[in-house]
Write a protein that binds this ligand. Structure first.
Ligand code: NAG
Ligand code: NAG
Ligand code: NAG
Ligand code: NAG
Length: 184
């Protein structure tokens, strides 16, 4: 176990800015018959589990298809009066489970999971990302996304219920500020 504690100590500065849990990742069900082309386009972040790389406001993601069938990911946020953009690439990892994508923002970083748990394509999406370390602990991210900068409270509550039923802890989820953006 000592190696695990050492690993934990080394990772602590990283994981402290996100959500840490003991045990392995939950194994949530994902959106059946996921259709990537209907999912493309612009999504606004409504709520999330805290993530070190997302501190700003007006957070949105624009998904477009690359020529090779991968997905171009453009994440934008407003931070200290400036729009910061991060570009990445997402791929469907297995055609048998198309709702499970992997995304990375640098050629040199491993692909992080991007699992679409539930979406109706035109209003909301519930996205989950979990990385386990030897089943000893895991860190996770979760996002509730919307096609507009706001989402009815009822839809947000339903998204959280869905995650809770899949053993995902939502109590630390925080609303993203979508006011004072470049278009509102
Ligand atoms: C996905 O949706 C597009 C656009 O609505 C449609 O043309 C396509 O047939 C769908 N793909 C599958 C596999 O259902
Ligand atoms: C999304 O990205 C595509 C491709 O770069 C671009 O044409 C489109 O205008 C973007 N949409 C928004 C709303 O930024
Ligand atoms: C979902 O979005 C569609 C298209 O924008 C809209 O017509 C419909 O009313 C929305 N449904 C809900 C439940 O918000
Ligand atoms: C959201 O951001 C805007 C613009 O930066 C700011 O004026 C407003 O106070 C913020 N709202 C909240 C609830 O933090």
């Amino acid at each position: 176990m000592s190696a695990v504690y050492l690993l934990l100590l080394l990772l602590l500065p990283l994981v402290s800015a996100q959500t840490f849990h003991w045990g392995g990742c939950p194994a949530p069900e994902v959106q059946p018959d996921f259709n990537l082309s209907q999912y493309l386009g612009l999504w606004y972040e409504i709520e999330k589990l805290p993530a070190f790389f997302e501190r700003g406001t007006c957070i949105e993601a624009n998904y477009t298809l690359n020529g090779d069938g991968t997905v171009r990911v453009l994440n934008s946020q407003l931070e200290d009066g400036e729009v910061n953009v991060a570009e990445g690439t997402a791929v469907v990892l297995s055609q048998t489970e198309p709702a499970k994508l992997g995304v990375r923002f640098s050629l040199f970083s491993p692909r992080g999971p991007y699992w679409v748990l539930s979406t109706d394509y035109t209003n909301y999406s519930v996205v989950y990302s979990c990385t386990g370390f030897l089943s000893v602990f895991h860190v996770d991210f979760a996002w509730i996304l919307s096609r507009s900068r706001s989402l009815p409270q009822q839809t947000v509550a339903q998204a959280k219920d869905l995650m809770t039923r899949q053993n995902i802890e939502v109590c630390k989820m925080m609303a993203t500020n979508q006011t004072g953006c470049w278009d509102n």
